[in-house]
Design a protein around this ligand. Structure first.
Ligand SMILES: C[S@@+](CC[C@H](N)C(=O)[O-])C[C@H]1O[C@@H](n2cnc3c(N)ncnc32)[C@H](O)[C@@H]1O
Length: 244
């Protein structure tokens, strides 16, 4: 029996108009879509009625399918001869476990393809009026996960240089006070600008601007609504002029 193909597809950061034409094409022509909470459900309207749509649940929620269960489901459907779209927020290969899912698919001897999406790491700051680079103050950008547990963190926050540098932190809210104190123990000054962008690119977008020295008190007073992206560096200042 002919086996199906697995497409690892980026749904973009939230604004449904930021879906790529290639993603639209595979969504229209697949048999099954497996999706999670981070992508905008509006996108599912592009799929014909007969396409099976499987929601795997909210992240870190007890009713969510485990990563192993999701992978097993993808493989099962493809082995039944169905073309499967694994639809993920942003880009599947940027903090999206797309690499792991591709490996599993290859190990199962199935055909696969990645369809890159517009990552929230790029689009969310842009919609907030924050350019990630600028010739005057930011020559490099680092995308970092803020999610790792403190004990086994691979990120050496204290060693990060601040000059001409923009940091973009995904999944960074829970550990933000710890992250900020490590940056301040290292090379960063308390005056360094920081933005927290909640639900970026959507109608619920909310941008909070502060400085490293005050942000922990700020978020204690007004808790952050997730999903949220953190941007640290001088580029945050351009929001004053470029933000809408
Ligand atoms: C598991 S990562 C997935 C990233 C995704 N693969 C990407 O390329 O955008 C989830 C994190 O992305 C960020 N994120 C995703 N969508 C967002 C949005 N619309 N607004 C703000 N942050 C967002 C948040 O930091 C969230 O915790």
């Amino acid at each position: 029996m002919k086996k199906g193909k697995i497409y690892l597809v980026g749904a973009g950061p939230g604004d449904p108009d930021l879906l790529t034409l290639k993603a639209l094409n595979v969504i229209k022509n697949c048999d099954v879509i497996i999706y999670d909470a981070l992508m905008n459900p509006e996108i599912l309207k592009h799929a014909p009625d007969q396409v099976e749509k499987i929601f795997i649940g909210k992240s870190r929620h007890s009713e969510r399918l485990s990563q192993q269960e999701v992978e097993a489901l993808m493989i099962k459907k493809a082995n039944e001869g169905l073309d499967v779209v694994r639809l993920k927020g942003g880009d599947p290969f940027v903090f999206g476990r797309g690499g792991e899912e591709a490996e599993i698919t290859i190990d199962a001897g199935l055909e696969w393809e990645v369809v890159p999406g517009i990552s929230s790491g790029v689009a969310v700051p842009a919609y907030a009026g924050i350019p990630l680079t600028h010739r005057d103050c930011a020559s490099y950008v680092t995308f970092i996960t803020g999610h790792e547990s403190t004990e086994d963190s691979k990120v050496e926050w204290e060693k990060i240089r601040s000059a001409y540098h923009t940091l973009v932190i995904f999944m960074g809210i829970t550990k933000l006070p710890d992250t900020v104190s490590k940056l301040l123990r290292g090379d960063f000054l308390p005056e360094t600008p920081i933005a927290i962008i909640e639900s970026g690119t959507t109608s619920k977008q909310n941008v909070r601007v502060s400085v490293l020295g005050s942000i922990t008190a700020d978020i204690e007073k007004t808790p952050v609504k997730t999903p949220a992206l953190v941007v640290i560096g001088e580029v945050v200042k351009y929001r004053e002029k470029l933000g809408k």
